[in-house]
Design a protein around this ligand. Structure first.
Ligand code: ZN
Length: 403
């Protein structure tokens, strides 16, 4: 990623995001901030980047970097979600009992994930971290900023107090570095509702963001509705199900209602949100964002993602890669290309916004990142363009790989 402090760059296409693409464009940088965005003029002294697209650095609103050493996703494409959860738990338990130092394993994976994110032109990440997360990797990371959401996992009533204590400690240790701190009550099937309510209250009091997986699979909806189905069976096998912790007959809407008490919320996935739930989120779009993880969604038999319906309702949608446990890599540009292929009715400028401006807004970073605008950080993404001298978006989304 380009991060020179003072320079003038020229590229075949600039994509400012908040206005139309500029052919043969120039962007000026002074002291690490963008100073100008315009068309090339004869006589301009520039660093010519050539036949490429210059964009604001991509924003990955949802990742779990602890899985970044995986060469390929866990399980097989098309597998039931509940079976994949079993694979994830087995992977984590395998690491924990492998005899190696677990904290060291998580550190190596996180370092690899940050490196890969930088290599794929990512300027910010919404990272879900577990107990062994290496804080210094984030606090000393110069190229990438974002939020580290501490994952909270536990359905049993006796887990509420210790998990809430760790949440308070995580938030209190915020060092105002390039990474803020947030909390991630994992999902309705892994978090006691009483813990969720307390965490939402803490989020409001301390003004910190939350991220929660919600409406991800039909198995989750069945679990909430009737406390049975494949996810309940899988959680029982794993010793992670506590009947009675989750009241019968809940819907994602009940969780959205609880989450609406929080300061800022990322609703991760939302694959099976219904109209009423989208309306609920859209009515709070300054505080609630749905994070679509395109290739992870497509890894499971979830059907078509309701992106057009979300747009129609006015939901703010961000984009994330999720992890290498369900995705081949951590490239946001690849996610956007997937959206362009699978949602041809969505305008390409809207697709580009998802992985830049909308995701920056979702992470509270829109004043610094997300568009090529004077005053914002000079954190740029470079991307190859396809050969055809056609529509710039087609050229961007049909290109392959990174620079
Ligand atoms: Zn996730």
């Amino acid at each position: 990623m380009l991060t020179d402090t003072t320079a003038t760059y020229r590229a075949r296409w600039l994509f400012p995001v908040d206005r139309p693409p500029i052919k043969n464009g120039v962007v000026g940088v002074t002291n690490g901030r963008i100073t100008s965005v315009r068309t090339f003029k004869l006589g301009d002294a520039v660093t010519d980047l050539g036949d490429v697209a210059l964009l604001p650095g991509f924003i990955n609103a949802h990742a779990h970097l602890e899985f970044s050493l995986l060469k390929e996703p866990l399980g097989q494409a098309g597998m039931p979600f509940a079976d994949w959860i079993g694979e994830v738990v087995a992977y984590r338990r395998g690491l924990a009992t492998s005899g190696t130092d677990l904290a060291d394993d998580v550190r190596r994976a996180t370092e690899a994930g940050l490196r890969e994110s930088s290599d794929t032109e990512t300027a910010a990440i919404g990272e879900i971290a577990t107990a062994h997360w290496p804080a210094d990797c984030f606090e000393t990371c110069n190229e990438i900023r974002g939020t580290v959401f501490l994952e909270l996992l536990g359905l049993a009533p006796e887990r509420i107090e210790p998990l809430f204590h760790s949440a308070v400690q995580h938030v209190a240790a915020d060092r105002q570095s390039s990474f803020r701190r947030g909390l991630s009550p994992h999902a309705p099937y892994t978090v006691h509702p009483d813990l969720l309510r307390r965490v939402c209250q803490l989020s409001d009091e301390k003004q910190i963001p939350l991220a929660m997986h919600l409406a991800e699979s039909t198995a989750e909806l069945e679990l909430l509705r009737s406390q049975c189905g494949p996810l309940v069976e899988r959680l029982k096998e794993l010793g992670a199900w506590h009947s009675g912790s989750v009241p019968r007959g809940l819907r994602p809407l009940d969780y959205l209602d609880m989450l609406s008490a929080a300061h800022q919320v990322l609703v991760i996935h939302g694959n099976f949100l219904v109209r009423e739930e989208m309306d609920f989120i859209a009515a709070r779009r300054d505080r609630m964002t749905v994070v679509y993880c395109p290739r992870t969604q497509a890894y499971f038999p979830h059907g078509e993602y309701p992106l057009a319906e979300m747009f129609a309702c006015g939901v703010r949608v961000a984009v994330g890669t999720d992890s290498r446990a369900s995705n081949p890599d951590l490239s946001i540009l690849s996610e956007l290309r997937h959206i362009a292929r699978h949602h041809p009715a969505i305008e390409p400028e809207e697709i580009l916004k998802l992985g830049t401006l909308c995701s920056a807004e979702a992470l509270g970073l829109a004043e610094q990142l997300g568009t090529l605008s004077p005053g914002k950080l000079a954190a740029f993404a470079l991307a190859p363009l396809s050969e055809a001298e056609s529509d710039p978006y087609e050229s961007l989304f049909q290109g392959e790989g990174m620079t």
